[in-house]
Write a new protein. Structure first.
Length: 202
């Protein structure tokens, strides 16, 4: 657990979560909009100061997260990850039992081998695997529960998996991002503009 305790983490903005059928706006103030793939565990039970060896038992299931990032603003402040359009979640919930065949190690909680492919407009942009994440979900849940209790429905996300590079072109309106994860399905997200966001929230 020593390595996990030194890793940075932050609490997200619940208002930033939207579903897979929603449109992600490209705000006028965001010049360089980008995306990051994450994997998420949904917490099933209340827990505080949870030991790593018990943390996997708190997981209801797993899903995909696309974190939409104003890259030009993130360079100045991590708070740019908390805008109210920023976190896309879905498309399904996969139980831990469904991933039994993907477990490759259990020394610090279950570590899963899950291939991840990110595409923009059908063109592959990044490829990664969940087994390369620096910590397990059990370690992350244990770490998060030290400072505040976790409750049913909390989301613990790990990533990013194959983050953007300076060579990646910014996302524009009508672009479609797809994150496909082995045994978790594919999460598609379409980029719009502020006017389309106002239409879908009206």
């Amino acid at each position: 657990m020593d390595d996990a305790e030194t890793l940075p983490y932050h609490y997200g903005n619940p208002a930033s979560i939207i579903g897979p059928s929603s449109i992600v706006p490209r705000p006028e103030f965001a010049i360089d909009l980008q995306f990051e793939p994450y994997l998420a565990a949904i917490v099933a039970t209340h827990g505080r100061r949870v030991p790593v060896e018990y943390a996997d038992d708190m997981i209801l299931g797993f899903t995909i997260v696309t974190q939409v990032v104003a890259r030009d603003l993130v360079r100045r402040s991590e708070s740019a990850r908390g805008f109210d359009f920023a976190t896309v979640l879905g498309p399904v919930l996969t139980t831990p039992e469904d991933l039994d065949g993907n477990v490759v190690d259990e020394e610090f909680g279950r570590r899963y081998k899950l291939s991840v492919v990110a595409r923009v407009n059908g063109v592959e942009r990044r490829r990664a695997d969940a087994q390369d994440l620096p910590i397990t979900f059990a370690q992350a849940i244990s770490l998060c529960s030290q400072g505040a209790p976790l409750v049913e429905g909390d989301i613990v996300a790990l990533g990013p998996l194959a983050s953007w590079t300076d060579d990646d072109a910014p996302l524009e309106p009508d672009d479609e991002v797809q994150i496909a994860v082995e045994n978790l399905g594919a999460l598609s997200t379409k980029v719009g503009d502020d006017a389309q966001l106002e239409e879908q929230t009206a």
